[in-house]
Design a protein around this ligand. Structure first.
Ligand code: ZN
Ligand code: ZN
Length: 411
């Protein structure tokens, strides 16, 4: 490892601990990270203890072992999520821990694996982590998703570079995306967060009842509840501590009205889901429900995603990201949603966030449902933005306000 990389990893770890989850004195820290990202994970643990963490717990993952399991383990392994895994997460939630997820997986790690195994496990883990997901989606605890450069992922993003060079390039792209080159990255994020929140405030003032999207392959209307709230990734947990749920983040987003989406929408970037790539797909909605999902690549896996439960037939997020966002301008296709969703307008199939309706953080699941917030065991963003996309905001009295023109903000 070069001296430059090791100093950047230290700065990055500091940013994750301070801005990402904002570790408080005496708090537990739960980290999920790949063995390939060990150096970053160690730096994160060290910075977390410096910030006063009581205990740093690490759940290690390994792409090679994951693939081996999918190929060789007994079929029933994928049908049940171990109870001890569920209680482990829940006990950390109870302790008021913070959660750091470091992603670095090969985007098509499970290509060729029996899709029944993949969807069985997606379903089992989705059900097993229901409580945990609820804690996250209502900001009960602080959490963040960040990335580390992995060899296979880097090779996919930079196919023309040599192995070592590809990894270097991916680290550079990750560091740039989280503003590590700024003199004071923590301060740069305070400013960035303010900019995103200002945009959210402007949208909130307009009280749109609907958004109408048009682009090649897209003519879609998304309804919004009268109590919907536009937010940015910077949020506050139940104890009042701020955190940044995704790094990078360039989006402002809200929750669609569950039964209010009509028309069709086409993807503009590939989606890596369950270790497989889904690409060039088109989804058709009637009264919120997905009635058709077609894809040139990965149609079977896309339909398995929609079939995972009833809620996966509906949307849970509508997010706006200008085509001129820095990640989009980098021209890099990451094959990883954490990055690609921040380069493009996107929607999410599955559950909605409670904090996207007024008072939602303390609502019961039934109250959320009554406010049109979808519930599901899954939540998957998919990218629909392009330089050709126009979006109109339509108010309850029928007034039309241009929100996006040719892929960028018009508001
Ligand atoms: Zn999003
Ligand atoms: Zn999302």
């Amino acid at each position: 490892m070069t001296r430059e990389l090791s100093s950047n990893l230290e700065k990055y770890a500091e940013l994750i601990v301070r801005t990402g989850v904002n570790v408080q004195e005496g708090q537990d820290v739960f980290v999920t990270g790949a063995v390939e990202a060990a150096e970053l994970v160690r730096n994160v643990a060290s910075k977390a203890y410096e910030a006063g963490a009581r205990n740093v717990h690490v759940d290690w993952t390994d792409d090679a072992l994951s693939r081996l399991k999918y190929e060789k383990a007994a079929p029933d392994v994928f049908e049940q999520f171990p109870e001890w895994e569920t209680s482990k997460r829940n006990s950390f939630v109870e302790r008021g821990a913070v959660f750091i997820s470091i992603v670095s997986s090969n985007p098509d790690l499970l290509k060729g694996v029996d899709s029944a195994r993949i969807s069985a496990f997606q379903k089992a883990s989705g059900m097993g982590l229901k409580e945990f997901r609820r804690a996250i989606q209502s900001d009960k605890v602080s959490w963040t998703v960040v990335a580390a450069a992995g060899q296979d992922w880097a090779a996919k993003v930079f196919p023309d570079a040599s192995g070592e060079e590809a990894v270097q390039n991916l680290w550079t792209a990750i560091f740039d995306s989280v503003r590590l080159h700024e003199a004071d990255p923590v301060e740069a994020w305070v400013k960035h967060n303010e900019t995103l929140h200002e945009k959210a405030e402007i949208l909130n003032k307009h009280r749109f009842a609907k958004l109408h999207y048009t682009a090649p392959g897209t003519d879609l209307t998304v309804g919004l509840h009268e109590k919907h709230l536009w937010v940015a990734a910077g949020s506050t947990n139940q104890q009042g501590n701020s955190f940044m749920a995704n790094m990078p983040t360039e989006e402002v987003f809200t929750v669609p009205l569950k039964d209010g989406t009509n028309g069709y929408v086409s993807s503009t970037k590939p989606l890596s889901y369950g270790g497989n790539i889904i690409d060039k797909f088109k989804i058709t909605f009637e009264n919120g429900r997905i009635v058709k999902a077609e894809a040139e690549t990965g149609e079977e896996i896309l339909n398995k995603l929609v079939e995972i439960d009833d809620g996966a037939h509906y949307l849970g997020e509508v997010a706006l990201v200008p085509h001129e966002s820095p990640i989009s301008q980098s021209g890099i296709l990451f094959y990883n949603t954490l990055f690609d969703e921040n380069a493009s307008n996107h929607l999410a199939i599955g559950s909605g966030y409670a904090f996207n309706v007024e008072g939602g953080k303390t609502m019961s699941p039934e109250e959320l449902e009554a406010h049109g917030v979808n519930s599901s065991i899954t939540h998957n963003d998919f990218m629909i933005g392009s330089a050709e996309m126009n979006i109109d905001g339509i108010q309850a009295d029928g007034t039309v306000v241009p929100v996006f023109r040719k892929g960028n903000w018009a508001i």
